[in-house]
Design a protein around this ligand. Structure first.
Ligand code: GLU
Length: 483
């Protein structure tokens, strides 16, 4: 069997992280089975149309390295791959269902539908479309229907759901799913504006595009019984279904914008590394082994197995994502890290230093950050003199006799030609012993004067990288302004 899967987003603005997970699982599944991955843009809901949304989607997907075999850009034998370019097709297939008496025209006005729903809820009945009440719902064979259509009366086409029995289908992740027909509404297939609904267009295209497996988010599970009935009504073979678990916030509610970013483009903007992000997304609902979390894309493809995807919701843990980013960051070649740091400095209008200097800064801070862009934030003093000095630290460490002590200390370091952290440690230690001072206090004073901050990397390592000339300049400046 040829594996053909698809990612079928509706372009409503941006790529949601849940959408990326769906796209990625489809990609891993296709690659694992040497199958084909199709991108199909489901843009038939004109009320939700957003300018540039398709380009945004495609940009985010290609940033993540998800490539398609067929799609709006790649083309392919089963296109066009934009549903808005396939409209006449859907009408044709809706007519097929009418002919087979599996669907019917309905001419209700919005007001009638509302009255019906109000009446049903007053009677404490399910407010679903009540065919019995719809005197106007007739089949094409009825002459009055033809007259109404010819007179331009607005209509929709609805699927005729069987009145009894169950819809039963198998889900690769969830097993057998069974839903009583009486709980299913007579789904609108063609809307009064002539556009197909998601359900009709989706099933028609999955059939025509020869999709073997429908892999999508759990939020589409309630739609599947309708799709199963559509396949039956058309007498088409059904694809296999797999509904991926919901993504959750840390408090186990459904992942939402209110608790943080959900758009892939926001994560790109924040500086996440592609490989780290994709690795993290891949593990939302699946982990191929129990002993590790870092996987190259090659391994993900090799190990991917839909049967092993969990049913339960997957928590989108940003702390874990940051940790993952740090793991990938630390593995990058130092040359690449230098380039990334240089870009961050340029963005912030910081003075750009030579490569050797950036390399040393990176060695000093790489274990302390999750992102390269944190370095100029937490250690701006590595690139320019501190603009302010931590007030609490100053109150704690800068005492009346401090200027005198520091002047003495300055002489000591002025006289040293060796400015390595080892030497700095030795001479500072000796200085403290001779003057009955604590090394810790001197180190904190140095931190205050040289960095302006209360915490950072090892102080003598920091001084070594900043260099003797600048260290002395900063101490002298501080003395000048604080004596
Ligand atoms: N257009 C739907 C979406 O926006 C596709 C759901 C499906 O994959 O069937 O996610």
């Amino acid at each position: 069997m040829t594996i053909r899967v698809r990612f079928a987003p509706s372009p409503t603005g941006f790529l949601h992280v849940g959408g990326l997970r769906t796209a990625l699982y489809n990609y891993l599944f296709a690659k694992h089975h040497q199958g084909k991955l199709i991108l199909r843009i489901e843009d038939t809901d004109r009320s939700r149309f957003v300018e540039n949304a398709t380009d945004n989607l495609i940009n985010s997907l290609s940033w993540a390295g998800i490539s398609f075999d067929e799609g709006p850009i790649q083309g392919g034998d089963f296109g066009p791959y934009l549903q808005s370019e396939r409209l006449p097709l859907y009408k044709k297939f809706a007519d097929v269902l009418i002919q087979k008496d599996e669907a019917y025209y309905a001419f209700d006005s919005e007001q009638e539908i509302e009255e019906m729903r109000n009446r049903l809820s007053a009677e404490k009945k399910d407010p679903k479309y009540d065919r019995m009440s719809m005197k106007n719902s007739l089949t094409i064979n009825d002459n009055s229907v033809k007259e109404w259509i010819n007179s331009g009366k607005p209509y929709v086409i609805r699927l005729k759901i069987p009145e009894t029995g169950n819809v039963v289908f198998n889900d690769i992740i969830r097993g057998e799913v069974s839903v009583p027909c009486k709980d299913i509404d007579d789904q609108v297939l063609i809307k009064s504006d002539g556009f197909p609904t998601y359900h009709l267009a989706n099933v028609v295209d999955d059939h025509l595009m020869q999709i073997s497996h429908v892999i999508r988010g759990e939020e589409w599970l309630p739609s599947t019984p309708k799709h199963v009935l559509l396949y039956k009504a058309f007498e088409w073979d059904m694809p296999a279904f797999a509904h991926l678990p919901l993504l959750l916030n840390k408090d186990k509610t459904k992942l939402s914008k209110r608790q943080g970013s959900v758009a892939v483009e926001d994560f790109i903007e924040k500086g996440y590394l592609k490989d780290a992000f994709v690795n993290f997304i891949a593990l939302l609902g699946w982990n191929p082994t129990s002993d590790r979390e870092i996987y190259e894309i090659k391994e993900l493809i090799e190990l991917f197995n839909l049967e092993k995807v969990n049913k339960g919701g997957a928590v989108f843990d940003t702390q874990k994502l940051d940790w993952m980013n740090a793991q990938y960051l630390r593995k990058l070649p130092v040359g690449q890290l230098c380039e990334m740091l240089e870009n961050e400095l340029i963005k912030r209008n910081f003075p750009v230093k030579e490569k050797e200097y950036l390399e040393k800064v990176i060695k000093l801070f790489i274990e302390r950050v999750n992102f390269i862009n944190e370095i100029p934030e937490i250690a701006d003093y590595m690139f320019r003199p501190p603009e302010e000095f931590d007030e609490n630290l100053k109150i704690k460490e800068w005492k009346q006799d401090s200027p005198q002590i520091i002047k003495l200390y300055l002489e000591t370091i002025n006289n040293t030609s060796e400015f390595s952290h080892d030497t700095l440690y030795q001479i500072t230690k000796q200085f403290c012993d001779e003057n009955n001072l604590k090394l810790k206090n001197i180190a904190q004073l140095l931190r205050l004067m040289i960095t302006g901050k209360s915490a950072g990397a090892g102080m003598f390592e920091t001084m070594e990288v900043i260099g003797k000339k600048i260290v002395i300049e900063r101490i002298e400046n501080f003395l000048k302004n604080h004596s």
